[in-house]
Design a protein around this ligand. Structure first.
Ligand SMILES: NC(=O)c1ccc[n+]([C@@H]2O[C@H](COP(=O)([O-])OP(=O)(O)OC[C@H]3O[C@@H](n4cnc5c(N)ncnc54)[C@H](O)[C@@H]3O)[C@@H](O)[C@H]2O)c1
Ligand SMILES: [Zn+2]
Ligand SMILES: [Zn+2]
Length: 336
């Protein structure tokens, strides 16, 4: 079958690999759409600690069930979106039902071949039905929407709160959208890319260009000098690791979503004086994933403006080039 493969640092190619053998308890999914995520960019840059070449990347994907090996409520032909986390089922976190923080958590598309291919073997319990009326392309974004749902659920956000989101990449924009849907009175967001900031404005968020204005001053102006109740850090830079403390209210909460490539310096003393809480967040639970699908299905979260490109898998390398430039892309989808 055709597969979009990571070969080496900054090298991807469309090649042939075997159609996966179906193990008991798995379904063979014919991929409809698969998105490039920041993690795929990390693999592409040769910096992912676990991904081993050659690898069919892609952990954000939807498709149709082609074959089923085992008992399942799904049937051949069902449209599905895949929750790509693979947990061990035995560690303390798994036994407590918190499988997304499994000690040895693995993901389809990182640790095993994923959605940049014609077919993927998926454990039956990782399948979610796509409801009628939700397109395969939109459903492929269930994974990043689930990250945002989980992130907002991990926060103390209450209706009427002011929110600051540092970073308007796909995850930052979705966190902003979910926070607004959850009742935030205002959602401010910063980035360096005018293209992404324009998208943010179209989505009803208050956008600041961190190259042009002082972010902390802007947040203070809009919060009567107090700061935001909840600050989401979604840029992963030293500048935003500083701003997250400056822009949060006394006794407010910072939620770090980013996976920092370099450990930032964090002013813990400044946090202590104002009793600021710091929370981290990883992936999503099955419930968060279902909620993400539901929010897209009932129109509360509309991801259409986040899809900047839909390309055939043959244009794999172009897709990665688009994603390297935040001024032209947000979410690139391939259809194998
Ligand atoms: N917690 C999780 O489970 C989880 C899941 C997915 C992604 N992530 C992480 O979330 C982060 C965001 O993901 P993404 O896909 O949106 O990445 P992205 O790289 O597309 O977005 C980051 C954005 O931050 C902006 N930025 C950089 N410096 C900035 C600054 N000083 N001020 C304001 N904005 C700045 C960039 O222009 C970019 O638009 C990444 O670190 C990613 O690894 C975490
Ligand atoms: Zn992802
Ligand atoms: Zn486990």
């Amino acid at each position: 079958m055709k597969a979009g493969l990571y070969i080496a640092e900054k090298q991807v190619t469309v090649g042939q690999i075997d159609i996966p053998d179906l193990q008991p308890g798995e379904a063979l999914v014919k991929v409809a759409y698969a998105g490039i995520c920041g993690t795929d960019m990390m693999i592409y840059s040769g910096k992912h600690p676990r991904a081993k070449a050659p690898l069919a990347m892609g952990h954000e994907f939807s498709g149709v069930i082609e074959r089923i090996n085992g008992e399942s409520s799904f049937i051949v032909g069902s449209r599905v979106v895949i929750e790509p986390t693979l947990s061990c089922g035995k560690c303390e976190a798994c036994l407590a039902g918190e499988t997304h923080v499994c000690k040895t958590l693995k993901l389809l598309g990182i640790d095993k071949h994923g959605g940049f291919a014609e077919y993927v073997a998926v454990p039956l319990d990782r399948l979610h039905q796509i409801p009628d009326g939700l397109s395969d392309a939109h459903a492929a974004l269930a994974e990043p929407v689930a990250v945002a749902v989980h992130t907002v659920r991990r926060s103390n956000l209450k209706a009427g709160d002011s929110v600051m989101v540092l970073g308007a990449g796909p995850i930052g924009l979705l966190v902003g959208m979910v926070a607004k849907q959850a009742g935030a009175s205002q959602v401010m967001i910063s980035d360096l890319s005018p293209y992404r900031l324009q998208k943010a404005e179209q989505l009803g968020l208050i956008a600041f260009n961190a190259k042009e204005v002082n972010i902390t001053e802007e947040v203070m102006k809009r919060t009567a000098g107090n700061g935001a109740e909840v600050v989401f850090e979604v840029a992963g830079s030293q500048a935003t690791a500083k701003q997250m403390i400056e822009t949060v209210k006394t006794q407010g909460q910072i939620v770090v979503v980013s996976v920092f490539k370099q450990a930032p310096a964090i002013d813990l003393a400044a946090m202590h004086f104002r009793e600021i809480s710091l929370t981290t967040t990883r992936c999503y639970s099955k419930g968060d994933f279902s909620k993400a699908i539901q929010l897209m299905h009932n129109g509360e979260i509309d991801v259409s403006s986040l899809i900047s490109h839909e390309l055939p898998l043959e244009q794999l390398a172009e897709g990665f080039h688009f994603m390297e430039n935040p001024d032209v892309s947000i979410k690139v989808l391939f259809h194998p």
